[in-house]
Design a protein around this ligand. Structure first.
Ligand SMILES: *[C@@H]1O[C@H](CO)[C@@H](O)[C@H](O)[C@H]1NC(C)=O
Ligand SMILES: *[C@@H]1O[C@H](CO)[C@@H](O)[C@H](O)[C@H]1NC(C)=O
Ligand SMILES: *[C@@H]1O[C@H](CO)[C@@H](O)[C@H](O)[C@H]1NC(C)=O
Ligand SMILES: *[C@@H]1O[C@H](CO)[C@@H](O)[C@H](O)[C@H]1NC(C)=O
Ligand SMILES: *[C@@H]1O[C@H](CO)[C@@H](O)[C@H](O)[C@H]1NC(C)=O
Ligand SMILES: *[C@@H]1O[C@H](CO)[C@@H](O)[C@H](O)[C@H]1NC(C)=O
Ligand SMILES: *[C@@H]1O[C@H](CO)[C@@H](O)[C@H](O)[C@H]1NC(C)=O
Ligand SMILES: *[C@@H]1O[C@H](CO)[C@@H](O)[C@H](O)[C@H]1NC(C)=O
Ligand SMILES: *[C@@H]1O[C@H](CO)[C@@H](O)[C@H](O)[C@H]1NC(C)=O
Ligand SMILES: *[C@@H]1O[C@H](CO)[C@@H](O)[C@H](O)[C@H]1NC(C)=O
Ligand SMILES: *[C@@H]1O[C@H](CO)[C@@H](O)[C@H](O)[C@H]1NC(C)=O
Ligand SMILES: *[C@@H]1O[C@H](CO)[C@@H](O)[C@H](O)[C@H]1NC(C)=O
Ligand SMILES: [Cu+2]
Length: 568
């Protein structure tokens, strides 16, 4: 079959690379180019160069159908190392194209290239792609829209039209400098200066009015908003003035519809929302602001406008969503999260492991490392760090996948602990600082092929880290079977698990001062990263990787590597 042309369409402010792929046997896969380059953008009254894909911010949307495959040729014409991750795409047997640097590949250096083969399988709904190298993802990201396969349709009435809504974060400074200088000094990185909806901060910031993103709607019609959490460091609340929202999907899987007047989205998550235009024709703001724990946060609010078609006098200022929860409204987070249920019907069955082969209890912690003469900017003059079960991930010299596949010794250890090395009252208000020391190392957990795995994430309150940690697993989706506050109790808490219709996710918000349990079947051989999707936490080491062993046959084993791999 011949290469499908990349149709360029200007739709909704996105240059869409339209890659509808035919689901049939083929010799040549459809392919498109991603050219990474520095591009000048003006926001908040100032201009700067940002790293983009094909000059676009947010980057181009990929449109596919369930089960498709496609090639993305990435050419790095920028000045930083880069890799691209296809967030939420399971990539069966194909960790080679997953993307996290030093985990499944070495970086694509400036001037170099790499071809990713993206293999879709069970995913249906909204996903996204983003850079997975330092903080380049701040500007290098875009939607992935997975339509139902031919002959099937949505489990809800077909929407009249759809809009990707990418929530992002804008820094006046250079993002790479911000994280590099924070890592050097040991303190917190600079806060962002704005949040964005499809690249635009909106009317509540200076110099933004002309560029505010808007959607046109017809009275009586229903629209699908595909909300993407491309934010760097904060969870967000989102709402539309005077309109209720019906949530129908999360992370590329359907859920039982929920009617709500606000939603919560963490970095890494996606939410599919139906919006019915049934209010008086006018202009209405959609708005997003952060749910923040302790500490300083960017308290600005990003907006876009829902505009009804037809003749009417629009207000000078659109109505603002009065139900948008306030910054510290933890009940609003819990109430929303606890309502999510997998659709779990005949056409969209789920398969929650009931028996568990491998159980992990993982503490999610802040911490620090000592600095000569206590001269750094972190607590007690040390450097801020983070850990999972007290291990703070250190990038290896060669990517883990290559080291594993080619049996290169000395790159990683396989003794990532199954339980925290030390039990204490993890969520106590007063934790001694001597708990904050952690171990810097490159450790993985090896899983037997097809074993069923349960992970309980337990947040600790070291350094009073009252934050929700969005934990993201590559290579799988998992079932979120339960969560709660305080210390996980392994006798009573499992009794409350939902094993009937838990939501199927790739990123779970672990509540601050609490825990969350996930289950999945390790049926995808490869090397798969797991990390907090708050970018500063990941930079400080809140990361680990699984190695899932091959199964008994060729079709249950890792595919052969692509012909060209970037060297380290
Ligand atoms: C990609 O990089 C390889 C290795 O440097 C090179 O051989 C190849 O020509 C490059 N391809 C393109 C399209 O630039
Ligand atoms: C961080 O913020 C401080 C204070 O506004 C500023 O002086 C500094 O240049 C910023 N750092 C970077 C890397 O942008
Ligand atoms: C916008 O600019 C004005 C005038 O320079 C300033 O007083 C105001 O604080 C700015 N507002 C924001 C949100 O930055
Ligand atoms: C909107 O949803 C909320 C939460 O489910 C509900 O309490 C409220 O009645 C709904 N409002 C309208 C106008 O339907
Ligand atoms: C936002 O934070 C700034 C300090 O960074 C503070 O001056 C301002 O009052 C805060 N605004 C709101 C609405 O909380
Ligand atoms: C929202 O939260 C901020 C910070 O906690 C507080 O200062 C403000 O009064 C709150 N606003 C409302 C409307 O509750
Ligand atoms: C959360 O739910 C509880 C119990 O239903 C209710 O009392 C509370 O008002 C809700 N809070 C928010 C912020 O929705
Ligand atoms: C630490 O302090 C000692 C004595 O004041 C000094 O000699 C040494 O150079 C300092 N080291 C660093 C890394 O600043
Ligand atoms: C753990 O600490 C919390 C908060 O300080 C406290 O409420 C709880 O009782 C403690 N649990 C135990 C078992 O001591
Ligand atoms: C973490 O590991 C470090 C280094 O091995 C050790 O000193 C510390 O006590 C451990 N902390 C906890 C909370 O397990
Ligand atoms: C349950 O937790 C306790 C510590 O709170 C631990 O000693 C025990 O081994 C755990 N049991 C299981 C089955 O994991
Ligand atoms: C870019 O990647 C190469 C290969 O791993 C590495 O040697 C180099 O240090 C990286 N550059 C930066 C700035 O991280
Ligand atoms: Cu985190």
């Amino acid at each position: 079959m011949e290469l499908k042309k990349s149709l360029k369409l200007e739709v909704l402010g996105f240059m869409l690379l339209n890659v509808f792929v035919l689901s049939m046997a083929r010799k040549t896969l459809p392919s498109i180019n991603f050219v990474l380059k520095e591009t000048k953008y003006t926001r908040l009254c100032s201009s700067k160069k940002i790293l983009t894909v094909n000059g676009q911010f947010p980057g181009p949307a990929l449109y596919v159908r369930k089960g498709d495959r496609l090639i993305v040729n990435v050419h790095n014409q920028g000045t930083y190392n880069v890799t691209i991750h296809w967030h939420g795409v399971k990539q069966p047997r194909n960790p080679w194209s997953d993307g996290p640097e030093y985990v499944t590949q070495c970086p694509i250096k400036p001037g170099a290239n790499f071809s990713y083969e993206i293999i879709f399988s069970a995913e249906e709904g909204t996903l996204w792609w983003h850079a997975h190298s330092d903080w380049t993802r701040a500007t290098v990201h875009g939607p992935i829209i997975v339509y139902p396969s031919i002959g099937t349709t949505y489990p809800f009435p077909k929407p009249h039209a759809e809009f990707p809504i990418v929530l992002g974060e804008w820094y006046k400074g250079d993002v790479m400098e911000i994280i590099q200088s924070a890592l050097k000094g040991g303190g917190e990185p600079n806060m962002s200066d704005a949040y964005t909806i499809n690249g635009q901060p909106g009317d509540l910031y200076n110099c933004s009015k002309s560029g505010t993103f808007n959607i046109m709607v017809d009275y009586g019609k229903t629209y699908l908003l595909r909300l993407i959490g491309a934010i760097m460091n904060e969870e967000m609340f989102f709402a539309v003035a005077q309109h209720n929202l019906t949530v129908v999907g999360r992370d590329g899987a359907y859920i039982k519809p929920i009617e709500t007047d606000y939603i919560v989205i963490t970095p890494g998550q996606t939410v599919d929302i139906l919006l019915t235009a049934n209010k008086s024709p006018s202009h209405y703001y959609m708005a997003a602001r952060t749910y923040a724990g302790s500490g300083p946060y960017d308290n600005t609010t990003t907006t876009a406008i829902v505009k009804y078609s037809g003749k009417y006098t629009a207000p000078a200022t659109p109505a603002f969503p009065s139900h948008l929860p306030n910054y510290t409204d933890i009940d609003a987070v819990t109430n929303f999260t606890n309502r999510l249920r997998a659709l779990a019907n005949k056409d969209h069955p789920i398969d929650v492991p009931e028996k568990v082969d491998t159980r992990l209890y993982i503490t999610v912690s802040m911490g620090s490392v000592a600095c000569a003469n206590n001269s750094c900017d972190g607590p007690q003059g040390g450097k801020l760090a983070t850990s999972l079960n007290n291990v703070s991930f250190v990038d290896p010299a060669v990517d883990l996948l290559q080291a594993y596949y080619r049996k290169i010794g000395g790159i990683f250890k396989t003794d990532f602990p199954n339980v925290p090395p030390y039990f204490f009252n993890f969520t106590s208000d007063e934790l001694p600082n001597n708990l904050s020391t952690l171990l810097k190392a490159t450790k993985v957990k090896v899983l037997e092929f097809n074993s069923s795995v349960e992970i309980v994430f337990q947040v600790t309150d070291i350094y009073d880290a009252a934050e929700n940690h969005p934990m993201h697993l590559h290579g799988f989706s998992f079932y979120h079977v339960g969560s709660g506050f305080g210390n996980f109790d392994n006798k009573t808490d499992p009794k409350g698990y939902n094993l009937v219709d838990p939501p199927e996710l790739n990123t779970v918000g672990v509540p601050s001062n609490g825990w969350a349990t996930i289950r999945f079947r390790a049926n995808n051989p490869g090397v798969w990263f797991m990390h907090c999707h708050l970018e500063r936490h990941a930079s400080w080491g809140m990361e680990m990787a699984f190695i899932v062993k091959n199964g008994p046959t060729r079709l249950t084993s890792i595919r052969r590597p692509p012909r060209y791999l970037n060297p380290c």
